[in-house]
Every structure is written in C-alpha cells, then in structure tokens.
Design a protein around this ligand. Structure first.
Ligand SMILES: Cc1cc2nc3c(=O)[nH]c(=O)nc-3n(C[C@H](O)[C@H](O)[C@H](O)COP(=O)(O)OP(=O)(O)OC[C@H]3O[C@@H](n4cnc5c(N)ncnc54)[C@H](O)[C@@H]3O)c2cc1C
Length: 380
C-alpha cells in the first residue's frame, strides 16, 4: 500500500497540475501520479489565449510578465491570418496577442508549482487499474493509491476512463486525429511571425502554421468520421508551402477530442477533467484553457465537498454547466455552420465570418466574448 490521500490526481498535464496545486494549497493531502518522467513532451501547437493567462494567474500566481520572464511564453503576436485554401481571407489584428508556449517547459513549470504547493508527486508511475467507486488506483509497479476522491486527468487516452461506464460510441463519434511537424525556423521556406489557419482542405478540421521561438509548428487536425486521406492532404499542403519532401520529415500523430465532451464526467468518487473528459473547444481544438479550468472546477468542488462533508458532484457540474459547456455547445454549432456551408459557398462562408469582424472573432477565441452570439463573456 503506497498511501492514503484525500485526493488522487491521475495525470500531471495542465489539468492534473492545476487540480493538485489548488487542493494541496488548501491543505489537502494530494497524490499526483504520472507515467512520464518530467520534463516530458506533449504534442501541441502551444497557442494560449487571454482566458488561459487569466486562469494561470489566478491559480499559479504567475501573470503574463512572470510567464514571459521565465521563458514559458516564448512568442507573442497580435496578428493572425485566416486562409481558405490558397485564398487569404484575412490578415487581421487582435486586440490581445496570441501567445505561445513549449509544452515541455509549460507542463513542467505547472507540475513544479503543484509540488511547491505541497502535492506529493509520483512520476514514472503508470496507472493500470482503477476502482472508481473507491477512488483507488493501482500502478504498474503494483502500488495502490487510495483517496476520498480521484480526478482522472490522464489525457485523451485516459486509463481511468477505461474503467468507467461511459458511452464509448458517443466518445468515438467525435474524435479527431492530428499530425504535427516541427521545423527549425531557418528550415521553413519563409518567415512565420503570426498564427496562420488554413481552412477548406478538410470537411471538418483545419491546418495550422504557428510561430514559436526559433521554430515553426505545422499541423493538421481533422474529425475522423468526416475525413479521408488526411495525411496526404497535409503533405500536399506542405509541398504547396515549398517543402520539397515532407514525407521524409519526422512527424507525430495524436488523438484530439473534438466535440465529444462528457456532459456528466462524474462517476461515483471519480471525476474526469480536461482531455480525459473530452473538454476541448470543438472548432479550433483549444484544450489548454479547458484543461486548466475543468481541473480547477473539479478540485474546488472536491475541496468544498470534503470541507462541508457533502457530495462535490453537484458543485463541479454546476460550474461546468454555467461557464464551460455553453461555450462548447455554441462553438460546435459554429463549426458545423462553417463546415457544412463550405462545399456550397467555398471561401465565401469563411470570408463572411472572418472578414467582417476580425477583432470580435479574436475576442471570442480569447474568451472576452462568447461563442454564443459574440456576447460579452464573464468567466468566474
Ligand atoms: C497536435 C495537437 C495540437 C494542439 N494544439 C493546441 C494548442 O495550440 N492550444 C491549445 O489550447 N490546445 C491544443 N491542443 C490540445 C491540448 O494539447 C490538450 O487539450 C491538453 O494537453 C489537455 O491537457 P490534459 O492535462 O487534460 O492532458 P495531457 O496534457 O495529455 O496530460 C495527461 C497526462 O496524463 C499522463 N498519463 C496518461 N496515462 C497515464 C497513466 N495510465 N498513468 C499515469 N499517467 C498517465 C500523461 O503522461 C500526461 O502527462 C492540441 C492537441 C494536439 C493533439
């Protein structure tokens, strides 16, 4: 027996570190368990929005200046570009810069914050079994960790989720696949100084070209059920960018939840959060903010439940329903409006959306405005 804790957090990505940092900071005995040794890699474009920096400041006490001075934010651009195939729809300016992080440094930084707050960190420990009603997990090394509650923050391929009675067909129906290729900036055929999105190559998905310190991050993400030949589409795109032999480059793929968030991610004493619960924005695939925010809500609900000796499920669901799910629902509607209209209107549908109100749309992505009719958005 490796220990009895108030809360077990499975996974030390942004979701898990946020949850562990909050709970340990409130004096609870927390075990955060991750199969990887940190710093570890995570496939990601690394784009963070204004709402992300707000929650980072709130939970970890590190604002944009602090993140910049520690090298966590490594690139910023207020400009962005939207393209429909080879039509440039809009080179626009956002009132708030888009910021970029390298997930190796970002995730390690957050994990260290959780450790400094007092969480017990167990890395190199792979969870292989879970008893969700008892908040108990077993690791590959045969250790058992038991808590009052368990937070499943172990990402899109969650082991914890495998032991839960969730709707697997619904989950599979909205899964996406991604591929990323990262270039040294000097090897990319042109300078990339702003995030660029390329739409129209896929029925449901897009290609991105993102800047980073000394690098260019290119990737493609597409809903599995609406996509054929997605690797070939990406290779053709890179060739059109001037990359001679993209097939020969090192590339990595990873799944992405893309509209399959669980409306109720609570199972007995086990709550899922972040990618494990599919809590990712379904148009652009923004997941870091939703990882932080759902990890925060799960942790704060459990802290309240433990302190008041009440079931925390209600507290977690209330905040997801009030602040997070409406954004996911409306972004899902927007994506189908845009993606269904593209065979008919070609680039005109995107032109109408992005040309007329580029600042408002950037504000929507940053979380200042809502995906619901671009209304002002208040986060708690
Ligand atoms: C190609 C790609 C590009 C993306 N780009 C962006 C972007 O630019 N901006 C953005 O906001 N989002 C982006 N996302 C989404 C974002 O990466 C995720 O939403 C985010 O990482 C979710 O965080 P998480 O903590 O829930 O999961 P993860 O970051 O996946 O962390 C899960 C952790 O759990 C651990 N784990 C897994 N299984 C076990 C186990 N059995 N036992 C113990 N530990 C385990 C893993 O080692 C890992 O450390 C992108 C995703 C992809 C695939």
């Amino acid at each position: 027996m490796s220990g009895k804790f108030d809360v077990i957090v499975a996974g030390g990505g942004p979701t898990g570190s946020t949850a562990a940092c909050i709970l340990a900071g409130k004096g609870f005995k927390v075990a955060l368990i991750d199969k990887a040794e940190f710093p570890r890699k995570k496939l990601c474009g690394g784009l963070i929005t204004y709402k992300t920096t707000q929650v980072l400041e709130k939970v970890f006490g590190c604002d944009v200046d602090c993140l910049r001075s520690r090298g966590i934010i490594n690139f910023e651009s207020p400009e962005y570009s939207i393209n429909y195939r080879d039509h440039n729809i809009r080179d626009a300016q956002s009132s708030i810069p888009f910021r970029f992080v390298d997930r190796v440094d970002f995730d390690y930084f957050l994990l260290q914050k959780a450790a400094n707050a007092g969480a017990h960190i167990f890395t190199g420990e792979e969870i292989v079994q879970c008893n969700y009603m008892d908040a108990e997990v077993k690791t590959k090394s045969n250790r058992i960790y038991k808590g009052e509650y368990l937070i499943g923050a172990d990402g899109v391929n969650s082991t914890i989720r495998r032991f839960l009675p969730y709707d697997k067909r619904k989950w599979q129906a909205d899964m996406a696949s991604t591929i990323e290729i990262i270039f040294d900036a000097a090897d990319y055929p042109r300078e990339v100084l702003k995030p660029e999105l390329y739409i129209g190559h896929l029925r449901a998905g897009y290609i991105w070209v993102f800047p980073a310190a000394g690098k260019v991050v290119t990737g493609i993400g597409a809903l599995n059920r609406a996509t054929v030949n997605f690797k070939k589409i990406f290779m053709d795109f890179l060739r059109s960018q001037g990359i001679a032999d993209p097939e020969s480059l090192p590339m990595k793929g990873y799944p992405l939840p893309y509209g399959n968030y669980m409306e109720n991610p609570c199972f007995g004493r086990t709550f899922l959060a972040g990618d494990a619960a599919g809590i990712v924005e379904p148009l652009f695939g923004e997941g870091i903010f939703y990882a932080l925010q759902s990890g925060r809500y799960a942790a704060e609900a459990i802290a309240k439940g433990l302190s008041e000796n009440r079931n925390p499920e209600k507290f977690y669901l209330e905040r997801l329903e009030k602040y997070v799910f409406p954004e996911l629902r409306y972004s899902n509607r927007l994506r189908w409006t845009l993606f269904y209209s593209q065979p008919l209107l070609k680039h005109m549908s995107f032109k109408m959306a992005f040309k007329s109100m580029p600042r408002l749309l950037a504000d929507m992505v940053h979380g200042v405005r809502s995906y619901k009719f671009l209304l002002k958005k208040e986060w708690d």
